[in-house]
Ligand binder design. Structure first.
Ligand SMILES: *[C@@H]1O[C@H](CO)[C@@H](O)[C@H](O)[C@H]1NC(C)=O
Length: 221
């Protein structure tokens, strides 16, 4: 009986520890500079370049001084500097982004499935916020703040968040993200703009909307 308990506890601990390192695992060497060499084989992350062939270029990127084009319909532009831009980020669990805002531009509600985000405002005034997950009590609490240059704010991993430029001038922020590949799910696009579209009956019931409104929204995303 004691033996069985021991085995059960052991198995549970083993499972828990494998979940804990399921993404952006700690590197097992100084670095594992990404190299594209798939041959139809997929690994969790990227293959490593031979350390002997690694140079400063593998850890470098430039151009983050250049604003993104904010003339799109939401008036914001995110320039990501992740493992696709810096192969040396592979396995290191970190990346960077520049976020430009036109006057009244919005980085619409979205989540990063693999990263916490910390932003610093460099220019302009941003109204930012995130919504907590569904809880038994105190569901989906909205946490917001108005940020000015020099202010720093954190968006915890997985939570829906947004940044809105409240001012009539452009705004600029930089963000650090705790993944080499944070991923983005923009809520409106994922829900109303999926390919193929989600059955409108599903969305009408979920959002308590008339089906015509759902179809209208599906056309615009
Ligand atoms: C963001 O800016 C870049 C560089 O100006 C541009 O190529 C890209 O299309 C823009 N993205 C969006 C979504 O507007």
């Amino acid at each position: 009986m004691e033996g069985l308990k021991f085995v059960l506890v052991f198995v549970l601990l083993a499972l828990a520890s494998s979940f804990a390192s399921a993404f952006d695992p700690s590197p097992l060497q100084d670095f594992c500079v990404a190299v594209d060499e798939t041959d139809g084989v997929f690994v969790n992350g990227k293959f490593c370049k031979d350390p002997k062939d690694v140079t400063a270029k593998d850890f470098f990127s430039s151009g983050l001084n250049i604003p993104g084009d904010t003339s799109g319909r939401v008036g914001s532009n995110v320039t990501a500097v992740n493992v696709e831009k810096i192969p040396g980020l592979n396995t290191l669990g970190i990346s960077l982004a520049r976020i430009d805002f036109a006057p009244y531009g919005l980085n619409p509600p979205h989540t990063h499935p693999r990263a916490t985000e910390i932003i610093v405002v460099v220019e302009g005034t941003l109204y930012v916020g995130f919504v907590t997950s569904n809880l038994a009590n105190g569901d989906n609490r909205l946490i917001t703040k108005a940020l000015k240059p020099g202010d720093v704010f954190v968006f915890p991993i997985g939570l829906i968040h947004f940044q809105f430029n409240m001012g009539q001038t452009k705004a600029l922020a930089f963000a650090g993200l705790s993944s080499q590949n944070p991923g983005v799910i923009t809520i409106a696009n994922a829900v109303f703009g999926s390919d193929p579209p989600i059955n409108p009956d599903v969305l009408a019931k979920a959002f308590q909307l008339d089906k015509k409104v759902v179809e209208y929204l599906q056309k615009s995303f």
